[in-house]
Design a protein. Structure first.
Length: 243
């Protein structure tokens, strides 16, 4: 799709920033909402900007907050506070969680998204309508819930649809990590997308060793993979992915 979408930055807590990516002009709201968490590196919401922009082009309000994995609580407060803020304030930006509220995360936060969406002690008013785990390892306990999704979801069905994405060429978090979760689920995942790309390509990005962070993808393989992930986010929100 690759369209330019309007973006602004807001605070979701004191000194904590969140980018708001709206659909382009012509796609009238209100829109379903996606809360998209970046990976483990602290305050790197810019790394998921290419995916957020692409997803917004499908008619989604995409909220991408910073969070700090190096905080004393490993980022738990940031993640849960951003979730609460997204629910309370999506309407301020043209979103409507009642149309769909997707919680998505990449790398470490993919585990967090799945854990929060399916956690035993998560209040129903905090639970999303669907969750998307992107290139994560689900065998480790999540900082948000203390539960390992691979273990808990082998014992009980997920209360919401789960969408999974992984690159088959991922040498940072091997795709077998997501295959293990998909196999363990008591009820099948809504969709498991295995893409011909690496750890960054699934978010429409590529790692730049000179900068030591991810930048927008330039290679055709990564661009195609990231666009496929954006289309999956649209499907998770209940939209046709070619909208």
């Amino acid at each position: 799709m690759s369209v330019t979408t309007p973006t602004e930055t807001v605070e979701y807590a004191l000194g904590r920033l969140m980018d708001v990516h709206r659909p382009p002009a012509g796609l009238a709201g209100p829109w379903p909402v996606v809360l998209l968490w970046h990976g483990k590196a602290p305050d790197t919401r810019f790394e998921v900007t290419p995916l957020a922009q692409e997803a917004a082009g499908h008619g989604l309000l995409v909220l991408a907050p910073d969070w700090r994995s190096d905080a004393p609580d490993s980022g738990r407060a940031d993640l849960l506070t951003s979730l609460d803020h997204a629910r309370r304030h999506a309407a301020d930006h043209g979103g409507d969680p009642a149309l769909g509220f997707v919680l998505a995360g990449w790398s470490m936060s993919g585990r967090e998204a799945i854990a929060v969406a399916t956690g035993r002690d998560i209040p129903e008013d905090r639970r999303p309508t669907a969750a998307v785990g992107i290139a994560s390892n689900y065998a480790r306990p999540a900082v948000t819930t203390g539960e390992a999704p691979l273990t808990t979801l082998a014992d009980r069905p997920s209360p919401v649809p789960l969408f999974l994405v992984h690159g088959t060429g991922d040498d940072l978090v091997p795709a077998d990590a997501t295959r293990a979760l998909d196999t363990a689920l008591l009820t099948p995942s809504a969709e498991f997308l295995q893409l011909d790309t690496d750890h960054a390509g699934v978010i429409l990005a590529e790692y730049d060793p000179a900068l030591d962070h991810c930048v927008a993808a330039r290679t055709p393989r990564a661009v195609a993979a990231g666009r496929a992930t954006a289309a999956l986010l649209a499907r998770a929100a209940g939209l046709p992915s070619d909208s």
